[in-house]
Ligand binder design. Structure first.
Ligand SMILES: Cc1ncc(COP(=O)(O)O)c(C=O)c1O
Length: 471
């Protein structure tokens, strides 16, 4: 047995003995080097082996952690995306609407919702900011900054970009009605009906809707559940299809929760610049990281203005206020014009309220609490899945955001799970709604953005029971 196998077995033994418990951090590579007199490569190989076996998982810049267990058996991690790219006319139907519809119903447990629990947000403080800002609003100013939006807000956003390694001039930023409007406008700015657009697979159903409206074709690119799209996989898709634009969620994708490593982001940006293809970057979850630092957007590597970066306050501060923005690089003026010609402006008082909160509300403090809440809600959800779902179930373990992606046993039909769960007033998001070709038949997206409670645990147990009965 090699030294790294021995080390892996030793750590595995500690986990089995309960010395290292689910959620706990393993000793750092450096400290194991010292205590065992081995090289960093040996420790890294040992940890990699345990990661591949699903016993531990890494969090960027934070270390290695013990994974959730089912009895003595580690919960398996989703490791591969088996689905290959193909061009297809987009057709997305009623199910996605049903999920949005039930998200707000108090009699449902919304495990399938795309929204986190509203009580995680400082809604009272925001209401005070709204009142204060709106009552001080100079009447003339209402018309002064309709497009591209509130000047103070754009300045503050530009300042935050600097912290993520992006140098975005204030003039590039267009305030939009949520990220979704920005994304739609960006997509419209860089495509014509009939164009092919590369998307992650699986992807958020709203992306598919947006493409359908514009008469675009989706090229689904296989996406790794942990690392997202790689530059080489994307290059292969670009070689096969006449792709005119790429739409990626680089940080904590919806639904996989995957995070593209920096070097892949850099390579993708370089590849697309070489081929003169714009990248629409949907980064609404980038601030919801569990590691030490915010992951960088692909925009940070853009030197040619081809990255159209979109985000919003919807998931991080002010759900329902519908304030987002786009930083569309060389396409900024096109997007600004399109914004003016569609909705003219984003609500002026809502923008003023966000400015007021960013100035005086303790935004960074709120963000730290929100990240902690999501991170702490992930573990019990994983443990409940390990306890209540069939043994072959595989699950992702994202380093941010609030979505888990599950691969159930092959024969389980996610649409059937959805139907049976809905009868018990529980929603789940079935895999096929995340693919224009209705792939991911045996997959589910679950939301852990809900404070953990007996009710949520019973709902997970019920869904696990349903899955077990179909397996
Ligand atoms: C990946 C992704 N992009 C965009 C949006 C929409 O963001 P907004 O509410 O700011 O329009 C969502 C909302 O669920 C999302 O999950």
């Amino acid at each position: 047995m090699t030294r790294y196998h021995q080390l892996a077995e030793e750590m595995s033994g500690r986990i089995r003995a309960g010395i290292l418990r689910p959620g706990e951090r393993l000793p750092s590579v450096r400290s194991v080097c010292r205590s065992h007199r081995v090289s960093p490569a040996t420790v890294t190989q040992a940890y990699k082996l345990l990661e591949d076996r699903g016993e531990i998982h890494a969090r960027s810049r934070s270390g290695h952690y013990v994974s959730a267990h089912l009895g003595g058996r580690p919960l398996q991690q989703c490791s591969v995306s088996r689905h290959s790219g193909a061009s297809a006319a987009v057709a997305v139907r009623d199910l996605a609407f049903e999920l949005i519809d039930t998200a707000g119903r108090r009699d449902f447990v919304p495990l399938g919702s795309a929204f986190p629990a509203p009580d995680l947000f400082p809604l009272r403080k925001l209401a005070r900011a709204l009142y204060s800002a709106a009552s001080r609003l100079d009447p003339q100013s209402i018309y002064e900054q309709l497009v591209p939006g509130n000047a103070d807000l754009r300045r503050m956003i530009a300042r935050r970009y600097l912290e993520t390694g992006c140098n975005v001039p204030v003039e590039e930023i267009v305030i939009t009605t949520g990220a979704l409007e920005g994304l739609n406008l960006c997509l419209q700015a860089v495509t014509r009906p009939g164009d092919a657009v590369a998307i992650q697979s699986p992807t958020f159903y709203v992306v598919l809707e947006a493409m359908e409206r514009l008469g675009l074709k989706a090229v689904e690119v296989p996406t790794h559940p942990r690392d997202g799209i790689s530059a080489s996989t994307l290059a292969a898709a670009l070689d096969r299809h006449p792709i005119k634009a790429v739409w990626l969620m680089t940080n904590f994708e919806n639904p996989l929760g995957c995070l593209m490593p920096d070097n892949e982001k850099r390579e993708v940006v370089k590849l697309l610049a070489e081929r003169d293809i714009p990248l629409i970057e949907d980064d609404v979850y980038g601030e919801l990281y569990f590691g030490a630092d915010r992951p960088r957007p692909a925009k940070a590597f853009d030197r040619s203005g081809r990255v159209l970066h979109c985000s919003s306050f919807s998931k991080i501060l002010a759900p329902g206020y519908r304030v987002g923005w786009a930083a569309p690089g060389r396409y900024a003026r096109l997007v600004e014009r399109a914004k003016a010609m569609t909705t003219i402006a984003t609500s002026v008082p809502a923008q003023a309220a966000i400015v007021e909160f960013l100035k005086h509300g303790g935004f960074n403090y709120h963000l730290r609490r929100l990240r902690k809440a999501f991170e702490s809600q992930q573990s019990p959800m994983l443990q409940a899945i390990a306890r209540y779902f069939p043994a072959e179930t595989r699950v992702t373990r994202p380093e941010g955001g609030y979505f888990l992606w599950l691969e159930m046993p092959e024969r389980v039909n996610a649409l059937e799970v959805h139907r049976l769960a809905a009868r018990q007033k529980i929603t789940v998001a079935p895999g096929p709604i995340f693919s224009p070709q209705r792939k991911f038949q045996n997959c589910l997206r679950l939301n852990y953005g809900l404070p953990w409670s007996q009710k949520v645990e019973s709902a997970v147990a019920t869904v696990g029971g349903i899955v077990g009965s179909l397996a």
